[in-house]
Design a protein around this ligand. Structure first.
Ligand SMILES: C[S@@+](CC[C@H](N)C(=O)[O-])C[C@H]1O[C@@H](n2cnc3c(N)ncnc32)[C@H](O)[C@@H]1O
Length: 251
């Protein structure tokens, strides 16, 4: 039975990344989400990587907070990346930094499969992935003061003003992240959409318990430690600029 459900994990995840919520009188509650589920199919290789290795790499949304020491088998600091896309840059970072544990969240199932396939290829084992809405994972599964950092690289820019409410970076989101970060924990964001970059800066600056590491008090030069992401590469081809923001939580 358990074997069966593990074998179909890739297919299951395509349908269940959201937990439905209901009002007191039982009506479905429509939430503003930062993503639209794309229908992209998993390749055979992605499906196999996910189905055969979910027991090691995959974590599920659950009712209790995660026990990172048990999950990773050590007490190294944990860095969370939300929306890792195909996961190539996340795997590269995990490989380059074995002194950290990495937790990646992505709702796009082919991306989760691709990330696991690359992690296997690269023999990376300080990484776990979750295929679920990051907001629910943060609320339900991440303990306060437990993250050494948050990475948010090229979140969906939701370019039209009427869609700005869907942007993941909003004050309540940053307040939630602030609870989860340890003192000295970092927030590293990057975007290729100038209007979103300005919005990120405004939201981060309004947190009195965060310090901007930018010497110009706005953006930082693109750090070499951040591998080029797939979305960034596409932006480069289109001639887009890139804005990196790096803030630290005060003691
Ligand atoms: C524009 S893509 C960028 C992907 C990758 N970081 C890159 O630079 O190539 C943004 C990704 O965030 C994911 N995403 C958006 N909101 C999310 C959420 N609430 N939880 C998990 N993933 C989310 C989307 O599925 C999408 O793959």
């Amino acid at each position: 039975m358990q074997q069966d459900s593990l074998h179909n994990i890739a297919e299951q995840k395509r349908k269940t990344v959201n937990t439905p919520e209901f009002t007191e009188d039982g009506r479905y509650m429509r939430k503003v989400r930062s993503f639209v589920l794309r229908t992209g199919r998993l390749s055979e290789a992605q499906k196999r990587a996910m189905n055969d290795n979910w027991a090691f790499f995959g974590l599920e949304h659950q009712q209790q907070p995660f026990d990172f020491a048990k999950i990773f088998g050590n007490t190294h600091p944990v860095i969370l990346e939300i929306g890792f896309g195909m996961g190539q840059s996340l795997v590269t970072m995990a490989k380059q930094n074995p002194q950290y544990n990495y937790l990646g969240i992505e709702v796009h199932t082919p991306g989760v499969g691709a990330c696991i396939a690359t992690a296997l290829e690269q023999k990376v084992n300080n990484l776990r992935v979750i295929c679920h809405d990051a907001i629910e994972i943060l609320q339900d599964n991440i303990s306060d003061n437990s993250l050494a950092g948050l990475q948010l690289f090229f979140p969906d820019p939701w370019q039209k003003a009427k869609h700005h409410k869907r942007r993941i970076v909003q004050t309540p989101f940053i307040e939630l992240i602030m609870q989860k970060l340890t003192p000295n924990g970092f927030i590293h964001m990057a975007t290729d959409w100038e209007n979103y970059a300005e919005h990120m800066l405004e939201v981060l600056r309004s947190q009195s318990n965060l310090s901007n590491t930018s010497i110009t008090n706005d953006f930082i030069p693109r750090p070499d430690s951040r591998p080029l992401t797939k979305f960034e590469q596409r932006g480069q081809r289109l001639g887009h600029g890139v804005w990196d923001l790096y803030f630290i939580k005060n003691q």
